[in-house]
Design a protein around this ligand. Structure first.
Ligand SMILES: [Cu+2]
Length: 215
């Protein structure tokens, strides 16, 4: 090898290293058309340029507490083990009839902690045969880059810089919204979404109860 070419090779190698994608940050702000914040909207980023997707890092949890599921909406990466702790003093009968995962935890006792692996991306609707009002959603996505909007309608996702299909889902949207997005490390991107939500069709709980859920 010609020794005089070495500095050029070194510069090229350094440039390649510099081009490796670093983390980029995206903030989502979900609001109603009137400007009210929308909580429980799920944003997920699906790589379009063949970026390697790391496997799930941690287990998920959907508890039963005060005869409600916590949380109402949970997002996990496909392949994640989800624990269903019964933190109540009563039995539940947790089930899903969804195509992405059909399962049942019949007569599920207080203190029980069974877990299920959710391998297939899709929407899993959770119910309880004993308490009709208990309803929750487990959103299984094929990507580790996701977040859920908080009470202010805000969610932040950190992902490697690159091109993605952004999906935004909410239980009361008639269809998920999608758009293409390119994230760069240089900027913190923010996207605003005005979500037109269908009426809340959850079953109301009878009687006076202390906290949580919908009534
Ligand atoms: Cu129940």
């Amino acid at each position: 090898m010609n020794i005089r070419r070495l500095p050029i090779l070194f510069v090229l190698a350094a440039a390649t290293l510099a081009a490796a994608p670093g983390p980029a940050t995206l903030t989502i702000h979900a609001r109603s058309p009137k400007g009210e914040p929308v909580a429980d909207a799920v944003v997920s980023l699906h790589p379009l340029d063949g970026a390697a997707v790391p496997p799930p890092a941690a287990a998920g949890e959907v508890a039963q507490q005060n005869q409600e599921f916590t949380s109402y909406v949970t997002v996990v990466q496909a392949g994640t083990r989800v624990v269903f702790p019964n933190k109540d003093t009563v039995q539940h009968h947790v089930y899903s009839l969804s195509k992405a995962k059909k399962f049942e935890l019949p007569l599920y006792n207080p203190g029980q902690n069974e877990s299920i692996v959710f391998d297939t991306p899709g929407l899993v609707t959770l119910g309880c045969n004993i308490h009709d009002w208990m309803l929750a959603y487990l959103v299984v996505v094929p990507t580790p880059w996701f977040a859920k909007t908080d009470a202010q309608g805000l969610a932040t996702v950190t992902a490697p810089a690159g091109r993605y299909r952004l999906e935004l889902w909410h239980p009361r949207l008639s269809a998920a919204l999608t758009q293409e997005i390119t994230l760069t490390t240089a900027t913190t991107d923010q996207r605003d979404f005005a979500l037109t939500l269908k009426p809340d069709r959850r079953i109301r709980r009878g009687g006076a109860t202390k906290s949580g859920g919908y009534r």
